[in-house]
Design a protein around this ligand. Sequence first.
Ligand SMILES: [Zn+2]
Ligand SMILES: [Zn+2]
Length: 349
Amino acid sequence: MIPERMKAAVYKGNQTIEVEDYPTPVVGPGDVLLEVSHCGVCGSDIHFVLEGWSPPNKVHGHEFSGTVVKVGDAVTAWKIGDAVVGGPTVRCGECEYCRAGRPNLCSGRGAVSGGDWQGAFADYMRVPEAELLRLPDGLTLREAALTEPLTVALHGITLAKVAPGERVLITGGGPIGALSAAALIHRGITDVVVSEPSSVRRALCERLGATVVEPGELTTPSMPDQIVPEPFHAALECSGHALAMEQCLGQLARTGRLVLVGAGIKPPRFDPNRIILNELVITGAFCYDAGGFERALEMLAAPDFPTDVLIEPVDVGLHELRDAIGRLGAGEVPAKVMVAPTQKVRNDG
Ligand SMILES: [Zn+2]
Ligand SMILES: [Zn+2]
């Protein structure tokens, strides 16, 4: 029996989250109801809560996996008991970007936290049937909750156009930076350097096989046509910090590519002459490649992909979410924090 009310971690504004009694979502004809298994805490969740990017009275959480517990009358793809992960929202399929194979840029796209959308920091979640993917064999629901952030990392790598034998710099060794390093190394790009101020995050990136540096070690040559002695072919900026964006540009080889993956408020100051004289390319990375979720699931299910290193060993309950966000914001937690709403009776009872 599915209860009529459930627990949800609600952002109340003013940096607070409260676990509230919430109505269990009602499914429409084309929806399924998931019992949430795991939901990762994203960098955007940290901005929502600590910096007030979110309106109050929202339930966030978009990096989820779960089990189908109810299906709408018109649902054909799923049945009760199926293990699934959240995929990309459905796109128009008709605009110039969709037709060009770049559905992430669809003219009709909306914000993830818009409207009456309720996220997965809750016992149950309603999802349109077309926005789910099946787990490959051998992948647990807990591991599968890494799918969305890995898809984000893969999109950055795609836009960086990294070729075999190239050197890649990653600034910011949080979950997206670490997933980017793991994905590059898994694909045989072994010369990966991660710049990160937090020692626990540097240690995690080293475990993944990356070389690590402290941000202060990255200096930009004073003349715009000068290149550092060991330059990078591509840089993935995953911290959102203006200084790191500027440092990335200063570390690139001629024709180097800088991909901005992490979002920040403070704008960087780029030297246009460095960009001109070395023909550098700067691009942003928003969301996902077309087909990116399928590739991320395949990578996660590979036996040698280090999911155990990338997920914090202890899951948190809904009541512990606010505390976890604080520790993540302070850079104290190296890996992806997984919220396990229904498994934490001990804490949420
Ligand atoms: Zn995310
Ligand atoms: Zn479109």
